[in-house]
Design a protein. Structure first.
Length: 98
């Protein structure tokens, strides 16, 4: 099963700081805007536009899994530079696959 396609029923418990945190890191780096938008869509669950808050936010279970595997704590908030680095890495990796 692909975690990306699992809908989390606990959207009320979603950490609102995560999207704001990610957006803040991208606003300071215009070169990462396109890659950041692409990454947001890739991490968003299917049908994100049908459910509030109507934004391409990652499923909270998937986000917790990624934070646990990356930082050892599912409640971790990555450093702003880590987010931008990951976005740029993702873009380079997709280009190599072509």
């Amino acid at each position: 099963m692909n975690v990306r396609h699992v809908v989390d029923d606990r959207t009320e418990g979603r950490n609102a700081a995560v999207p704001v945190h990610a957006l803040a890191s991208l606003v300071r780096r215009p070169t990462a805007w396109w890659s950041g938008a692409t990454s947001a869509i890739r991490f968003a669950p299917r049908g994100w536009w049908r459910r509030p808050p109507f934004l391409p936010l990652p499923d909270s279970r998937y986000w917790r899994f990624r934070m646990e595997t990356a930082f050892g704590d599912e409640e971790a908030l990555p450093a702003l530079d880590d987010l931008v680095t990951a976005i740029h890495w993702s873009r380079r990796a997709r280009r190599r696959q072509r």
